[in-house]
Write a protein that binds this ligand. Sequence first.
Ligand SMILES: [Fe+2]
Length: 501
Amino acid sequence: MIQVHQLIIPLSLSCDLANGNPAETALRTAIISIRIGERLGMSKFHISNLAYISIIRFMGCTSYSSEEASFLGNEILIRRALAHVDPDDSWEVIQNLFFKNRSGLSWKGVKNILVNSGNLYHDMAASHCDTAGLFAADLGLPSEVQKALHEFYERWDGKGEPIGLKGEEISIYARIISLAYFLELVHDRLSISELMSFVKKKMSKQFDPSLAQHIDEELFFNLSDESIAKELEKAMSAKSFASQSEEKIAEVFGKMVDLKSQFTVNHSSQVCELAIKIAESLSLDENEMDSLKLAAYLKDLGMLSIPNQIIESKSSLKISEKESIRLHPYTTMRILSPTNLPTAVSEIAGTHHERLDGSGYHRSLKDSGISKSSRVLAVADQIVAMRSNRSYRKAFSETELKKEIYKDVKDGKLCKNTVDAGLESLGYYIKKSKPKNSFGLTEREIEVLQKISQGLTNPEIAKEFKLSPRTIQHHSIHIYNKMGVSSRAGATLLAIQNGII
Ligand SMILES: [Fe+2]
């Protein structure tokens, strides 16, 4: 067991990548927030909360990536272009999307966003907030941390999302961190007087005006130093939250990655489960098993830096797009490098796409260069992926899967013993215990929830069940009410946690 902050501080780099932010944006935002909190005379307990909330706030950002990408295109570029922009100011949106050419969008694309975005922003905010709150609960963080995570798109003038809270209805945590994030994004491009006049226009609209008096140069002192992680650790350890196992924290980050695409929901848990069964039958020792579990959850952190239009592409990828996919295990290793996890975790995670004949990526390792644990993870990952739909193909049937995977064995890519063990485990793997239905959902609602979590729209679900879209809409409302969430991502996460999907 470790204290949660010991792992989420280094892993916050994955949140930066997912948002298109420079490395350590989350850490610097937390430091600026802490400094404002100290000036307000907040207690060590509240300062610690502030730091946790700052770091976790973007963990929900993968939950609406598919929808954002299908409407916006490259969702990571768009997030980068709009991160510091007032969404209520159309001119500022146009300037940053088009004239400053930060988004890669054509004028037609920008116009499409301005005219047709409809409820996209509301739904995105609801999804990000629900998910971050549920992750905080998973990590065992206090209820006031979870509550504040629902308020990051709210704004002082009441024009925010998803609820439209106004003024002091918004927690002081969310008010401080919203301002701190904005300051972090813009402070190094402006002198302090330019910054003050820029921020002044936004106080009373986006931000709490009483916080303006705390903005000065000292707020940004030493923000680029390597020491900020230590400064943050000190602030966060002042109040020790319940410890968590490394496995639980890794599992939460695995879910964050899985939510990025409707095709990978629950992928990391399934890979972990299958990898452990293979490892048991191959008699890996306890230490190897522990590292394998962590690697199974964390192996695809590097995918967070890849836009969904590549991950969910239905057509063949360009060379540069293929290259970004081939580099994701490397990015995973870089994210894991500052953690205190055993080196084996990073090694196994970083080699899960290597193949014994040297045809894998990203290092083209061969034979004995690939550890037994890496071979197990590679096989588990491939089997789970083949049993799932992808944007460009349907899930393989059992017969197709066996044919394809044994072809890889014959071609010298995968180890036969490991594949045999994986397929033998599969019989057990597909037997599922009856789902725990703690929300009182009806059988029909469970069926609808399963379809919702697969990313189907109400009309698509209606077509499958031969019901009217209106009936499905009623089912959806009941499901969300019973589960206490307001987004697909929130419902999906709770469904996974309760074994419903
Ligand atoms: Fe991968």
